[in-house]
Write a protein of this length. Sequence first.
Length: 142
Amino acid sequence: MVEENPHKKDIIPVETSIHAIACRSSWEQLSSKEQAYAYFMSRACWEGSKICWFQCSYESPGLFVLLQLIFQNSEHTHVKGLHDRCIQRQICTEEEFTQFLAYCAAVFQNTGNFKSFGDTKFVPELHNNKFLAIVKASEAYE
């Protein structure tokens, strides 16, 4: 009998979908006043959300800073560069890199490392040594 991982509920599965939102056409239909309102409202939400990181857990603000440094200028080519570097240097497998990205996306989505309803902490599905190796492979670490 295969024993199920007791921490299975505490990880973010790689099957988690990440979707881009195509909003250019909707944005272009707004007047310049509406665009300014939407822009400044989103800036206020972004700045205000930072308190959530401190309210989530002790380590969440550090995770935020770390992941922001790794993914700043988060164009697809930047993530692809980290991916290619990790694969070429045999730092991790494709699956492990996907596990890393799924965890990072979940941390950003939940403004911390607890699921949005707040009572379940989640951890990366990959081993902590692999997580650290991927972080060290980033341009931010160098």
